[in-house]
Design a protein around this ligand. Sequence first.
Ligand code: FO1
Length: 320
Amino acid sequence: MHGNIVALTGGVGGAKLVLGLSHILKAEQLTAIVNTGDDFTHLGLPISPDLDTLMYTLAGVVNPETGWGCSDETWNFMQALEQLQAETWFQMGDRDLATHVVRAQLLAKPATLTQVTQTLCEHLSIRTRILPMSDTPVRTQVLTDRGRLDFQHYFVRDRAKPIVQQLEYTGIDKAAPSAAALSALQDPHLAGIVIAPSNPYLSIDPILAVPGMRTALQAAAAPLVAVSPIVGGTALKGPAAKIMSELGIEPSAAAVARHYGELLNGFIADERDRDSVFGANKPDLPLQFHDTIMHTLDDKIRVARTTLNFIQSIGGNRTE
Ligand code: FO1
């Protein structure tokens, strides 16, 4: 019934919606284009947190408490690091460590991050297509009151406490959308593009900043809708609301809709924001209000279904 869907996503919040979509769509109908601005090299290992979060979520092995890392972890590696007085601020469980080691080996073959991710997905029996936004490294840097910080230093080591002044995506000038991402957006059977409820500044903006990505999104023959990560003026997880305030933007679903601007053909906000945020300030595009909080699998499927129905209502016969 539904056509093919591309989701743009970052970490934990976005992965929940993609999981919901994966329960409704056939595997070959769903492609996720994932932020790699959070990637970094740590203890000599290439870490791709948002790719891993989505892989673990779709494979059913994600740690349900954190939303990242693996369930049933053991921590021998971290304990050994501590004894050796190495850096321990970034928690890698023993299972998770295996992913980074195998990624390092595969990249050294050499292979692109797209190819490596495909191999990891095959081994984890994931059939949804998970694509890095680019095969060229892009690294988010956070300009703060404590100076310029690599993303994971800002986010994990410093617990997103420094005050954000500006975000930069190093390497973005040389980056291009991965060939697979471009071809997913050029798919003649594409029914819709979804911007998942990920942090607009930290997770989605790096994807949109890849040269050629916006053009490809606008040229796609399908409506683009975003699901707000801001509910009742705050972020359900992570520092989105804090960062918006620090950048001088009122943290609201309406501000997120304005941020995505003319890319949008529709916007889904939480029903809690129906009156308070959009009252006098409705953006001039189709709006849908829904309970967007996704705790259970049923919640994720419900939000995914609403998103697909909304796309269908906007896209008319394009979604058949
Ligand atoms: N997030 C944390 O808050 N603390 C951690 O120690 C941590 C380790 C970690 C290891 C592997 C991985 O794939 C993700 C990890 N994350 C950790 C999540 C993480 O880096 C962020 O959630 C994302 O980058 C933001 O989307």
